[in-house]
Design a protein around this ligand. Structure first.
Ligand SMILES: [Zn+2]
Length: 158
């Protein structure tokens, strides 16, 4: 079938079975770069819009409400937050089944909008609740590499 021909029936489409190896690079963007560079130092950064009085975490390059540029308004937000929602996961990164589930939560850093997904630790699933105060537990500084996994998990604030 030539490229200029149009398919009349989906069953006319030529197909083959096999695998195509692909690689890709994911860029975190300018705001993401600030976030990941600072997390090496054990700091979580957001982007502040003074007009709207909103701090976004993860940081953004512009305000979603007023479209103001926020690239010069990155601000440290601390490492404490609350559980926005949570669940259990029985799968590892590679899709393998886990015997012991991990607790996965959306964490909203105090005083900010947005949030990010991370694990909860040092608590049983039955004791987790929405609105539970938590704080980040970071890897030792020598082991940090500018990854969200520099935060090992969030634990309850007692
Ligand atoms: Zn704004």
């Amino acid at each position: 079938m030539a490229l200029i021909e149009r398919f009349q029936k989906t069953t006319d489409i030529t197909k083959w079975h096999g695998q195509i190896p692909m690689s890709y690079i994911y860029t975190v963007g300018r705001a993401g770069e600030k976030f990941f560079r600072e997390i090496i130092n054990g700091k979580i950064f957001g982007a502040r819009c003074d007009s709207c009085k909103i701090t976004y975490v993860p940081p953004r390059t512009y305000c979603e409400k007023c479209f103001a540029r926020l690239e010069d308004h990155y601000t440290e937000v601390g490492t404490k937050g609350t559980v926005h929602t949570f669940t259990q996961s029985y799968e590892a990164y590679d899709g393998a089944k886990k015997e012991t589930p991990s607790i996965v939560a959306v964490i909203r850093i105090d005083g900010t909008e947005g949030g990010f997904i991370h694990w909860l630790g040092e608590i049983d699933f039955e004791k987790v609740y929405i609105g539970m105060p938590v704080e980040a537990v970071l890897k030792p500084k020598k082991e940090r590499e500018g990854s969200i996994l520099d935060i090992k998990y969030f634990k309850p604030v007692i």
